[in-house]
Design a protein around this ligand. Sequence first.
Ligand SMILES: C[S@@+](CC[C@H](N)C(=O)[O-])C[C@H]1O[C@@H](n2cnc3c(N)ncnc32)[C@H](O)[C@@H]1O
Length: 466
Amino acid sequence: MTNAPAARPYRRPRPDAARLAAYDVLHAVGERDAYANLVLPALLRERKIIPRDAAFTTELVHGTLRRQGTYDQIVAACTDRPVKEIDPPVLDVLALGVHQLLSMRTPTHAAVSATVELARAVLGDGRAKFVNAVLRRVSRQDLDAWLRQIAPSYEDDPEGHLAVLHSHPRWIVQALWDALGARGNAHDRAAMEALLGADNIAPVISLVARPGRVELSELFEAGAVPGRWSPYAATLPEGDPASIKAIRDGRAAVQDEGSQLVATALANAEVTVEGAESRWLDLCAGPGGKAGLLAAIATGRDVSLLAVERRQHRARLVRNAIGHLTHHQVITADGTKPAWQPGIFDRVIADVPCSGLGALRRRPESRWRRKPEDIAELGELQRALLRTAIESTRPGGAIAYVTCSPHPAETRVVVDDVLRAGEAELIDARPLFPGVPDLGTGPDVQLWPHLHGTDAMYLALLRRTG
Ligand SMILES: C[S@@+](CC[C@H](N)C(=O)[O-])C[C@H]1O[C@@H](n2cnc3c(N)ncnc32)[C@H](O)[C@@H]1O
């Protein structure tokens, strides 16, 4: 009599906390349009994930979200099913596995077995088998080999090639290339690759020392080093900014140097208003980065800042950023329907809502969420806000039109359209960026992550005429 092999006893899946947290963030991002930058830190705190695991989860989440489009194509090459027919939670688990296999140094066995364990827990045993089979196929070659296999050649399809290689949607590659300028030679290709590559690297942590409220030396004593361009900037090479007292007190803040530069340029622009300056306006102030800096500068000049923000919770953030500085005001209002007299402000900033194509490195999921239609949809609001900004400015006063997008439809085209009314003129913004190279042909300024290490901030500086 032969004994049938005993069935393996059922073992409950035990995914590790770091990978489960990464999956839960990806799921929240896909399912309810959550922002990874908000969900991830809260979840790491709530689950008390230890710092080493937290760093692993952060890399897993950010890297996977940035490269999700490319990873989906690799998965597609490893299954008979079209990606569209694979459930999003399965694709999320697969993308996490692919990132560990191809872009992190996780050993193949650990990457596959830990991801399959995760799949058993969140998808069930049946779908975990599918995950196992796909990941084993993915692990047969490295990322470079996969990219060679799935990307069209540069010669046949330059945009398609770069889209796959650097994991950006094709329309964004096209838009960024248009913004960067002419294409067609090796130099242009290198610049484009540098820009797309910069989008895939987390930015350094830039701090601003709000003038009159804190000295840079206090930030240096807390571990920061000098920034690159802005007179108020420091860079934090490592550690948590919240551990710095000046940041907890609101005397300093985390702020990209590009944002600091455009706000400072407005503050330093020459104005030809009659008499002394008394009022500045920030028309789109939330969450208050530029308003915090402008308010600090304005205080030193005995000028008051009015900060306007349409959304209440963001207006609250602006109040925090301005702190207890007296004679500044924050109101929750629609900037296109001014609740103030026209022509009364000496300096006005319209940092308008935009597609955010210049800050993709900061928001790992945003490149896949944005749609080309978004840009056209924002155009009317951008024009209306710029018109209000101009109408609110005294003759001879300065207006800064700012976006964190380099897309021409959100930058020059908007400015040119609004300028046709003849109420303002463009002035050369470049001299207001002393020591900053590669500012282009002017008169407006476009900053770039690959050239300046900042977000791709755009500034058109105008003067109110007549
Ligand atoms: C690009 S953000 C501004 C960033 C801000 N200047 C900073 O440096 O932190 C644009 C802001 O404009 C606000 N906004 C959108 N439409 C608005 C409107 N009609 N009036 C006033 N604010 C508006 C958005 O809620 C958002 O907070």
